[in-house]
Design a protein around this ligand. Structure first.
Ligand code: PDD
Length: 288
């Protein structure tokens, strides 16, 4: 049996899974989503992802499509039916189906779609050599803290980065501040050994991986600063890396073609990766 998707209460073959043409997600990008990593069949940081889903929904006044406990059961059921051991589970909630009209519909019921994808961990080459990033203007809206499915600026930035032979785009505001990547959070390690990432506010998505790492870093005694950094500071950094649910922690060794530090993944990035991976392993052990 092929891969299944969950669409509003039904498990359907992935290739035939469909939503109504007047789903507000399709017409207005009026919805939110989550991506949860799955390692050894375990949902990593599941509660934090569900908390963020609740936050995004509340900020946009979209109802939960099913109760939180029911959603957890459905996620597990779809993973089991698809035999997902390593990869990601994607779920999106839209404001539902209604005749096209900008204002909120009176009677629409929020719609839920869930898919799974097998995904290998970042390749050994990516971890050993690091990846390149390309800076791109941050042309997004003022509520990047909401995990909205409206991703056009992110897509355009990522495409521009790929065309510049980079793995990710680092988004830069008019004042030169790097907010985050197109689908990852951005970090640098200064020459003084400070680990720096943008503070959590409306300008960035509060990444679950970012938050997990912040907590782990503090307990490992590594100095950490949540503050803005500019592109100029990033060029002068001794190390850089990015974080996300699908990539975990990947060293960044080139920014706009210039080597970061000595052009190789640095010791602090490697240490943080180890600490993060140990944290994931602990969750897997706790779940089994
Ligand atoms: N992206 N910033 C942006 C703009 C993102 O889209 C993401 C996640 C992150 C990292 O957040 P987290 O650690 O919770 O994954 C930061 C997901 C993976 C995606 O869009 O596929």
């Amino acid at each position: 049996m092929g891969r299944l998707a969950y669409v509003n209460g039904r498990y359907v073959p992935h290739g035939h899974a469909m939503v109504h043409i007047e789903d507000r997600g399709y017409q207005f990008a009026d919805g939110v989503y989550e991506v949860v990593p799955v390692v050894d069949g375990v949902l990593i940081d599941e509660e934090q992802h569900l908390d963020r889903l609740g936050y995004s929904l509340a900020e946009l006044r979209i109802d939960w499509p099913v109760r939180r406990a029911a959603l957890k059961l459905i996620l597990r059921e779809l993973m089991a039916r698809n035999g997902l051991r390593r990869g990601i589970i994607y779920f999106q909630v839209t404001r539902g189906v209604a005749p096209r009209d900008h204002k909120f519909p009176c009677a629409a019921k929020s719609a839920l779609v869930i898919t799974t994808k097998r995904l290998s961990p970042p390749s050994a080459a990516m971890i050993q050599d690091g990846v390149a990033v390309s800076t791109q203007p941050d042309i997004r809206w003022a509520r990047r803290d909401i995990k909205s499915i409206s991703l056009l600026p992110n897509i355009l930035a990522k495409q521009a980065a790929v065309e510049a032979k980079a793995f990710e785009a680092w988004l830069v505001k008019a004042d030169g501040i790097v907010t985050e990547g197109s689908s990852t959070n951005a970090w640098i390690v200064t020459k003084a050994g400070e680990v720096v990432t943008h503070a959590r506010n409306h300008d960035i998505l509060g990444g679950v991986t970012r938050q997990a790492l912040l907590e782990l870093v503090t307990s490992a005694g590594i100095k950490l600063v949540e503050r803005s950094f500019t592109v100029t500071e990033a060029f002068a950094a001794s190390e850089a890396f990015l974080t996300s649910s699908s990539a975990f922690i990947v060293p960044v060794t080139r920014i706009d073609g210039k080597a970061v530090g000595n052009g190789k993944p640095g010791p602090i990035t490697q240490k943080l990766r180890e600490i993060y991976v140990e944290g994931v392993d602990r969750q897997i052990r706790a779940a089994s």
